[in-house]
Design a binder for this molecule. Structure first.
Ligand SMILES: CC(C)(COP(=O)(O)OP(=O)(O)OC[C@H]1O[C@@H](n2cnc3c(N)ncnc32)[C@H](O)[C@@H]1OP(=O)(O)O)[C@@H](O)C(=O)NCCC(=O)NCCS
Length: 205
């Protein structure tokens, strides 16, 4: 699921990537309005500020955080995964969301991965997450050498659906997914294949 910001590992302009070995070390990506960098324990209060909000977690499949300590634990565990990023607002320097790759293809040997994300509701509706996802997609194809990038959302999550549509993903199928809230939640899956992305790049370019 679209996970960065929860218990289940995931969930502007083109990103620029810190140059390490391909996909093996955490990079820092830049978009017009955000910086995507690894989470730090000191981000726990910023994370808790939005992860406690019942509008954020349940629609993505995870429970609202109950304390700053819980947010810190999530940073130490779920968000310690490679290629999960804190979304930092450039102006204020605060962490306002999380976004990243959730299924660690480097470990499974697969060349596809799924993007997940969540944003502080104070920042909703400004096109920020599409900006972030565009940067992640570029990173996924250019730096992680992925062949396909997936996204998914619970059927009722219209906001996430809009992000995915705006970023040019193609709907593929719907599957029932069970989480700690509900069994068999219809979940829509979308993909962007490398050739789809290359065509978009050419068209935009
Ligand atoms: C999904 C999410 C990341 C979208 O981020 P965002 O930066 O607000 O994305 P956008 O600005 O492109 O807005 C997407 C849609 O949200 C809706 N929206 C916009 N502003 C809104 C607001 N203030 N309140 C509620 N919904 C709003 C609109 O339908 C918009 O689509 P539109 O641009 O076609 O009108 C954010 O809503 C979120 O964090 N939701 C909770 C966690 C979640 O759902 N994660 C994904 C799980 S699959």
């Amino acid at each position: 699921m679209c996970g960065p910001a929860g218990r289940s590992a995931p969930g502007g302009g083109p990103g620029q990537f810190g140059r390490e070995e391909k996909g093996s070390r955490m990079s820092v990506l830049e978009t017009e309005r955000t910086i995507l960098r690894p989470f730090q324990e000191a981000d726990a209060e910023d994370l808790y500020r939005y992860a406690r909000d019942p509008r954020v977690g349940p629609i993505a499949g995870w429970k609202p955080h109950e304390s700053v300590e819980e947010s810190r634990r999530i940073i130490q565990t779920v968000f310690a995964s490679p290629n999960v990023f804190a979304v930092v607002d450039r102006e204020s320097g605060h962490v306002i969301g999380s976004a990243g790759f959730v299924s660690r293809p480097q470990e499974s040997g697969s060349s596809s991965d799924e993007i997940g994300y969540a944003l502080d509701p104070a920042w909703w509706g400004r096109g920020l997450m599409p900006e972030v996802v565009e940067a992640l997609v570029r990173y996924g194809f250019e730096e992680l050498d992925l062949g396909a990038i997936w996204c998914s959302h619970y059927e009722e999550n219209r906001r996430s659906r809009r992000v995915i549509e705006k970023c040019g993903f193609r709907y593929v199928f719907t599957e029932q997914i069970s989480d700690e809230f509900q069994a068999d939640r219809p979940t829509r899956f979308y993909v962007m294949l490398r050739p789809d992305w290359e065509r978009r790049e050419t068209a935009c370019g």
